[in-house]
Design a protein around this ligand. Structure first.
Ligand code: AMP
Length: 174
């Protein structure tokens, strides 16, 4: 079987988590298996082969896991995009709407140099609100979003529509 099929087979569906009606894609069986985790990072890296990437930005919390490993793999820096109030230095903040209410993400103002090429990474694309806000933050810092990469995309939630102005690459789509 190919690498993607093996990763897909290891993902675990948890119904009604964290609330009724949500089918949660549990990535922990992939992370705990060295071959599968390594393959996932290799496949994400292959999507930017030959492209100049200065930073990988990962979205808290699961985007840190994939983003940090990917940054090492492609030999560039890692920048955390965090929930509000977590970063110690001056930040930019971007708010986005949820089903009920709003949430926001923050990044250090000096995280990127002007014109830097950034790979934005997260584990999963659902409605796209989080990734769209993170991409706006990167642009606020004067950097470029060269690719938004996900392990998984729930395409029926149409999150790609919120990311229309960016190149998006998801390895596994449902
Ligand atoms: P969204 O802003 O709706 O695209 O949500 C994306 C974030 O929520 C990602 O960081 C995911 O980790 C998490 N997420 C949303 N839906 C799911 C799901 N069905 N299974 C696992 N994680 C999810």
């Amino acid at each position: 079987m190919n690498r993607l099929e093996n990763i897909k087979n290891a993902l675990r569906d948890i119904p009604d988590f964290p609330k009724p009606g949500i089918l949660f894609k549990d990535i922990t069986p992939v992370l705990s298996h060295p071959q599968l985790f390594g393959d996932a990072i290799d496949l994400m890296a292959e999507t930017v082969e030959g492209q100049k990437i200065d930073f990988v930005a990962g979205i808290e919390a699961r985007g840190f896991i994939f983003g940090a490993a990917l940054a090492r793999k492609i030999n560039c820096g890692f920048v955390p995009i965090r929930k509000p109030g977590k970063l110690p230095y001056k930040t930019f903040r971007e708010e986005y709407s949820l089903e009920y209410g709003t949430d926001s993400v923050e990044v250090h103002r000096d995280a990127f140099f002007k014109g830097a090429s950034v790979y934005l990474a997260d584990d999963l694309l659902a409605t796209g609100g989080t990734a769209a806000a993170a991409a706006k933050l990167i642009k606020k810092c004067g950097a470029e979003v060269s690719l938004i990469g996900f392990l998984i995309e729930l395409s029926f939630l149409k999150g790609g529509e919120k990311l229309i102005s960016f190149p998006v690459k998801s390895l596994i789509r449902y």
